[in-house]
Structures are given as structure tokens and as C-alpha cells.
Design a protein. Structure first.
Length: 491
């Protein structure tokens, strides 16, 4: 996810994402409206973060000063590994130059890869991980496993350090609402710094919708009518990342929350027995299955990856696409100049829905971590402190069409169409912002089982909604009973 949520070429996804309980939802509201960014994709591969190997010797602390509040050793190497996704590398390379200017005797070893898990998991196991990692993409390491096995450093020292721009403010006081809470799992420690803020929803071309003489549909009957009109004009109603169908929840999960209320999503996150059998889940699964049944999904979609589906959509072959706000940057080369990119909260069923139209999923994305066994963890946190400055934040927003966790840094920057639309969607949502946690609490369950084996099979027409629900409930029950998995609950 800046990344994307999917495969080897970038994820936005995330975000999103290890995070915490329910209180944060109340925080992610209008003030977060300016915090639109991409989220990293939660990964296919579970991190098998076991101990073993020789733990590397820690760098000695440096002198703590006003300009060096984290007492970074100014001669120690700092190693930074970035996920090479939809946000690119330039914003991070620019921030590294600031670090090198501030600590001219320190060498920074910077690299970028799309293979986070396969590249770095062995180093965790050997006890010699890098100092700072952007843990994103299809090969994101499982955050719940890393936290449960005490593989991550608590970032509280960073949050309580003076901010880069204003020593009278702590770093935590400069962040968008909900960001700190998203980095928690249980209690006060903060294990993850989400650098981006993502809006998930249904993305479309306003120009294409206007050509159909239609408004964005608020009820499912209206959605089917718009898709039928598009079909008659040779355009599919929907496409999605068929090879990575865990993109479908970007609009499906907030729809479930809209139809049945937040408590339905909470029960699903908490792995409660029978949570997937709720009538709201059944109604939403059946609605999405109708897209397949009526032939409104672009032919061949189950075989497309995220880039291919986004390209087909940008070419006008399909009207709607479930995705995150990283899509604007990731697809910049294929989206026409007059596309008029827009995003909407998901369509509901009808007026009986528990929450109003506009209910949307938004949360922190692009998770940065400092390993517990990092040689120069203070250096990794200092690099994050630099990245959370106004200048670095503004640089990121200018270059990748997304905003950061830093609550500001937009002065003088013209918002792009997608960003502007996302801000408007958050403004419309007000307090009706939901934040499902499966994708960061239980990565393998969300991606491989619910996504590929459940939703992927249903959207391809290979199983019915009832069969998909039974399958997914079984997967959730297995995860709930698996004592090798650390379990999390909304507080």
C-alpha cells in the first residue's frame, strides 16, 4: 500500500496495517479528513518470527542534545529498508539525505525491495535486522506475529521526543488523530508508525459517470441500474484485483458496517463465533455476488493483478474499482488527464441500513517499524522523526499525491483530483469512519483465506455467497482456536 495493497509492484495497503482497539475510530473523523494516504497491503506470508542466531551488538548511545533528543550515535551506521511500491523511493531517499546532513560521520545503508518478508525474515531470525523497515506490500511480515513474539521496539521514545520543527511540541502532538492508537495492539506501547493515511472505497471516473448521466449510486438497486446502463454502452460495471481479491473488502467491509453497524465489524475482528453469519454479511455478500451473476464484472477479472485491473479501469473498460487512495499515484501513468478521478464511500443496501450513506473505511497506512534487535534503533527512530517533519511531509505529499501522518504540511500544495475527492468523502463521513482490523491483526486469515479462498472464489462464481460465508466462518473459527496465534480484541 504509497504502496498498494498487493503484489510485487507496489502496495498501498498498508496499511494498513497492526493497530489497536475501537477507541481510535472516534478519533479518525473530520480532522483526519486531510489525512488521505495509501495504505500498504497486508501480506500473503506470515512472519515466522522465531528466535535464533547471534544477536548483533547494539550501537552505543550518543550525546543527548536539543538537536539530538534520541541520543543517536553520530558515527554509527543506520540501515533503512523501504518497501518499493506505489509511493516510490524518492521521498525516503530525500529524508535519508537530511539524516546524513545532520550526522555527517554516520553512513546510511539504504535499500528498497518488494520482497520484504523473504528478504528480512531470515535476518529477524538471525538477530541482525535493519534499524528501520517500511513493512508493506504483498510480502509484508505479519505485524501481529512480530508484536506477539516481541520482535519490535516500542516507539514511545520517538513519540515523546521533541518534534523536528518545534521543540516545544512532542512528535505525538503533531500527528493526525488516530495514528498513535493504530500503532498499538494491547495497552500503551506503540509498535508501528503509520506514515500514510488511506481512504478505502469505490474509485471511479466522474467523467465516465457523467457520460452515463448518472450520480454515484447510494442503494444497491441504483448500483445495479448504473451497471446495466454501463453494460449497454460496452463498459463493465466493476473490476478488481482478481489475483489479490483481498482488495474487495476495501469497499465490502465498510458496506457491511454501514448495513449492520460497527458492532458487526468488531465481532468479525474479534473472531467471535458466528460473526460472519450476521444478516448484514449475508446481504452484502449476496449483493456483490449479483454483480457476477448479472455479468457486470469485467470479463477476465479473476485473472488480473492489481496493476492490470487498474489499467483496464483507467482505460474505461470498467466503471468502478475497490481500492485505496494510493491508486492515484500508482496508476498515474495510465489515468487520462481528463479522467476526473473520484472516490466514494460504498453503496448500501437501502434505507434500512444502520449507518448513513457516506460511511467509509479510512486508516493509517504504510507501517514503519524499528526491530527490537536493531543495532541502531535510535537512528531508525531519528529517521522517522525527520520524516515526520513539515518539510518531509510536504515533500511526500507533493511527490506521491498522498498525505502523511503529520497533521499539516499541505500549505502551498495543490490537491490532486483523487486527494481532493478523498478529503470530501471523509468530510461527508464525519464520525462514520470505520476501521476493520483483520488486515493487520490476522494477515494470513485476511489475505489467503478470507480473500483468496473465500471472496475470490465467490466473485469468480465458483462458490455461492452461502458457501463463502460457511468457508470464511470456518477459517475464522480455526484462527480463534489456534493457540499459536496471538489474539487481539477491540477495547
Amino acid at each position: 500500500m504509497g504502496s498498494t495493497s498487493a503484489e510485487n509492484n507496489g502496495t498501498g495497503s498498508t496499511g494498513n496495517n497492526g493497530t489497536t482497539g475501537v477507541g481510535r475510530r472516534a478519533l479518525i473523523r473530520r480532522s483526519a479528513a486531510l489525512g488521505l494516504v495509501s495504505v500498504p497491503a497486508m501480506s500473503f506470508l506470515s512472519a515466522c518470527a522465531s528466535g535464533g542466531g547471534e544477536e548483533q551488538e547494539k550501537a552505543e548511545s550518543g550525546e543527548k542534545t536539543e538537536k539530538n533528543p534520541l541520543a543517536v550515535n553520530d558515527t554509527a551506521q543506520m540501515e533503512f529498508v523501504l518497501f518499493d511500491g506505489g509511493f516510490g523511493k524518492e521521498y525516503a531517499e530525500d529524508a535519508v539525505k537530511v539524516y546524513e546532513t545532520n550526522f555527517p560521520k554516520a553512513k546510511v545503508k539504504f535499500s528498497a525491495t518488494q520482497k520484504i518478508q523473504s528478504t528480512l525474515q531470515p535476518r529477524f531470525n538471525q538477530g541482525n535486522p535493519p534499524d528501520l523497515i517500511d513493512n508493506s506490500g504483498a510480502e509484508q511480515m505479519d505485524m501481529g506475529v512480530l508484536v506477539g513474539k516481541k520482535q519490535l521496539a516500542d516507539l514511545t521514545p520517538l513519540l515523546d521526543a521533541p518534534s523536528y520543527d518545534d521543540p516545544s511540541k512532542k512528535v505525538r502532538d503533531t500527528l493526525r488523530p488516530g495514528i498513535v492508537e493504530m500503532g498499538q495492539f494491547d495497552g500503551d506501547p506503540v509498535w508501528i508508525m503509520y506514515y500514510a493515511y488511506t481512504v478505502y472505497g469505490v474509485w471511479y471516473s466522474q467523467k465516465a459517470l457523467d457520460s452515463l448521466d448518472e450520480q454515484y449510486p447510494e442503494t444497491w438497486d441504483q448500483m445495479l441500474a448504473v451497471c446495466e446502463k454501463a453494460k449497454k454502452k460496452g463498459m463493465a460495471g466493476w473490476t478488481y484485483a482478481g489475483k489479490y481479491p483481498y482488495y474487495v473488502p476495501f469497499s465490502l467491509y465498510p458496506m457491511i458496517g454501514k448495513v449492520g453497524g460497527r458492532e458487526v465489524l468488531d465481532a468479525i475482528d474479534n473472531l467471535e463465533p458466528g460473526a460472519w453469519k450476521h444478516p448484514a454479511v449475508k446481504a452484502c455478500f449476496e449483493a456483490y455476488y449479483e454483480l457476477y451473476r448479472k455479468g457486470y464484472i469485467l470479463r477476465g477479472t479473476p485473472g488480473l493483478d492489481h496493476i492490470q485491473s487498474q489499467t483496464a479501469w483507467a482505460q474505461g473498460k470498467a466503471l468502478f474499482l475497490p481500492n485505496g487512495s494510493w491508486v492515484e499515484n500508482e496508476s498515474a501513468k495510465v489515468i487520462p488527464a481528463d479522467f476526473d478521478l473520484a472516490v466514494s464511500a460504498p453503496t448500501g443496501i437501502d434505507s434500512s441500513d444502520k449507518l448513513p450513506f457516506g460511511t467509509i473505511w479510512a486508516s493509517g497506512g504504510e507501517p514503519f517499524i524499528v526491530p527490537a534487535k536493531a543495532k541502531n534503533g535510535a537512528g531508525g527512530m531519528e529517521q522517522l522523526r525527520i520524516m515526520l517533519s513539515e518539510a518531509s511531509s510536504k515533500n511526500f505529499t507533493s511527490k506521491v499525491k498522498s498525505l502523511t501522518a503529520f497533521n499539516g504540511g499541505t500549505d502551498g500544495i495543490e490537491l490532486t483530483p483523487g486527494l481532493k475527492s478523498g478529503v470530501a468523502a471523509l468530510d461527508k463521513a464525519g464520525g462514520n469512519v470505520v476501521n476493520p482490523r483483520l488486515q493487520d491483526w490476522y494477515v494470513q486469515l485476511q489475505k489467503e483465506k478470507i480473500g483468496v479462498s473465500g471472496l475470490g472464489e465467490m466473485m469468480a462464481g465458483r462458490i455461492t455467497p452461502a458457501e463463502a460465508i460457511k468457508k470464511i466462518q470456518g477459517y475464522a473459527d480455526e484462527a480463534a482456536k489456534d493457540s499459536s496465534i496471538k489474539h487481539y480484541k477491540h477495547q
